[in-house]
Design a protein around this ligand. Structure first.
Ligand SMILES: [Zn+2]
Length: 251
């Protein structure tokens, strides 16, 4: 399934926007990290480029996005930009999981610090904010600490993630998948909120999981206990994306 030029332009703009949002939120620094999108029906992806002309994640614009095939070779894009060394992380998640449309890999400090100190990610809040469901499902840590820079590491990491949509990477960062760029971005923000709250709670003292009765509620589908007027599901996800888009555009 090919995509039209208009669709391609829209995807590229969304990848750049996702980068700027996560940069604005200090979820990664400098050029460390990338957002990608699988071009439907092909063995190629659009991804933030690296190399001599790279810019920081926070300052990414559409011209910083390049097309890369599933052998990690550049298909198209400006001179001075090359496939990230960690293209293998992205392409193996696509190869192993047909449902995955977008992959984010960044280096958020709180999550990395928790992996360094072997602190489990606890379900420590419910109503406060997002990310609780990730904690209830369990956030796992990949133990290798080097960059995912070849096929062997890419396949090993994709096998580790399995069908899970988030993973921490010891002394390195996080990886998140989604069925759209917005979905993956909002999930990465939720994971960052969860890990930041855990990190700060561990600093304060002895964080405690929420009561069993609320844990049990959090294991049910979100639709089962949504109060009127609260947004969730697809519309809630898009509302969150809209909020962070406006925050990023704020002058
Ligand atoms: Zn990395």
């Amino acid at each position: 399934m090919a995509i039209s030029n208009d669709e391609r332009r829209e995807i590229i703009e969304k990848i750049a926007r996702s980068c700027r949002i996560m940069g604005k939120l200090d979820m990664t620094h400098a050029a460390l990290g990338h957002v990608s999108y699988r071009i439907p029906g092909t063995d190629t992806m659009l991804i933030k480029g690296k190399g001599p002309n790279e810019v920081g994640v926070r300052f990414t614009q559409p011209e910083d996005i390049i097309e890369v095939d599933f052998n990690a070779n550049k298909v198209s894009g400006p001179d001075g930009l090359q496939p990230p060394s960690e293209s293998f992380l992205h392409l193996w998640l696509y190869k192993k999981n047909p449902a995955v449309q977008s992959v984010i890999h960044i280096h958020p400090k709180p999550a990395v610090l928790l992996t360094i100190c072997n602190k489990p990610i606890l379900p420590i809040y419910a109503a406060y904010g997002t990310g609780i469901r990730l904690a209830v499902e369990g956030v796992r840590t990949y133990q290798r600490t080097i960059t995912i820079h070849d096929d062997q590491l890419g396949e090993d990491f994709a096998d580790f993630m399995g069908g899970q949509q988030v993973a921490l990477m010891r002394g390195h960062g996080i990886s998140v998948t989604g069925d759209s760029i917005e979905d993956a971005t909002v999930r990465a923000i939720a994971l960052d909120e969860l890990t930041t709250m855990n990190y700060q709670a561990y600093l304060l003292g002895d964080p405690q999981p929420i009561p069993d009765i609320d844990l049990e509620l959090m294991q049910r589908p979100p639709e089962a206990n949504r109060a009127r007027g609260s947004s969730g599901g697809l519309s809630g996800m898009l509302a969150t994306w809209r909020y962070y888009s406006m925050l990023t555009d704020e002058v």
